[in-house]
Design a protein around this ligand. Structure first.
Ligand code: ZN
Length: 168
């Protein structure tokens, strides 16, 4: 089952997601559907639950080794500030340059309900920061500078008009 991905302008994307209290069957089913949804789109790397309309603190990602899920993440430390190019499934077709850290240490819960700490670097660290932002209602256009934000929004509006007209 694939789910509809919420796009920029949808106010739900600006809300703060709530902690998952128990990793029950409902959560497992949601994660499975999110994994299928992620695999159904091109340029996919990660997908947070609120992007499919569920305000729970969890996300799935795939950086080439299959779908993994992360529940109730908290970034504990980060280091190595750098500039990244980043896109988002909720802002399709647009990439912005924004600051991220090269390494992060993140506490989270696994699908089997264990609490673990993961250390990540490079692309994986970037994905974790991007998805954790989603859980607090933060999007890539909030992380870049004003000029980059204006350019990205213009580009996005133009693309949306094109998509609208080609589907009419
Ligand atoms: Zn995103």
């Amino acid at each position: 089952m694939t789910l509809e991905i919420r796009k920029l302008g949808d106010l739900l994307l600006r809300e703060r997601s709530r902690e998952v209290e128990e990793v029950d069957q409902e959560i497992k089913d949601l994660i499975e559907a999110m994994g299928e949804t992620l695999h159904g789109v091109t340029g996919r790397v990660g997908l947070a639950a609120l992007q499919v309309g569920v305000l729970k603190r969890l996300f799935v990602y795939d950086i080439g080794h299959g779908v993994r899920s992360i529940i109730n993440p908290t970034i504990l430390d980060s280091e190595g500030a750098k500039e990244c190019e980043e896109g988002c499934l909720s802002v399709p077709g647009v990439f912005v340059s924004l600051p991220r850290y090269d390494r992060v240490r993140m506490r989270c819960t696994t699908l089997s309900g264990h609490n673990i700490v993961i250390e990540a670097q490079g692309l994986l660290a970037q994905v974790f920061q991007h998805e954790c932002d989603h859980l607090d209602g933060v999007l890539i256009i909030d992380r870049c500078d004003e000029e980059e934000r204006r350019r990205a929004l213009e580009e996005y509006q133009e693309l949306e008009l094109q998509r609208e007209q080609s589907s009419a």
